[in-house]
Design a protein around this ligand. Sequence first.
Ligand code: RB5
Length: 150
Amino acid sequence: MRVAIGSDHGGFKLKAEIIAYLKEHHIEYNDFGTYSLDSVDYPDFARAVAEAVAGGEFQRGILCCGTGIGVSIAANKVPGIRAALCHDTYSARMASEHNMANIITLGERVVGPGLARDIVAAWLNARFAGGRHARRLEKIAEIERSFNCK
Ligand code: RB5
């Protein structure tokens, strides 16, 4: 599995913490920035990670900003992306099992580093349950297709 990861300045330190987790667990990743605490615009990084995941080069993506909200909204504009904002481990597990979320988003100003690690682990280690959930994902994809045609 290859993971694309990115953040704005508001999520920069949390991104570093999650990268440390990925390294410790020998999970391959690419850091799409930002690379400093200088103020930047979160849609730029959300788009880069989301396109990398939607294009198939990476199987999963992780995005951080101050709240996790901005990067979630932006990433979900990219066709094929199901980005889930998760600040607890139950939601993170469900995001994989029920929603097959291919991106998780977190807010550095909301969760501490220890909880963020647990959230990422819960999401990465869970598997899509399929069945009725697959039918619902297909309905989401159909919504996406219907708007892309307009
Ligand atoms: C940046 O100050 C902040 O707005 C951003 O990191 C994020 O929280 C937006 O949703």
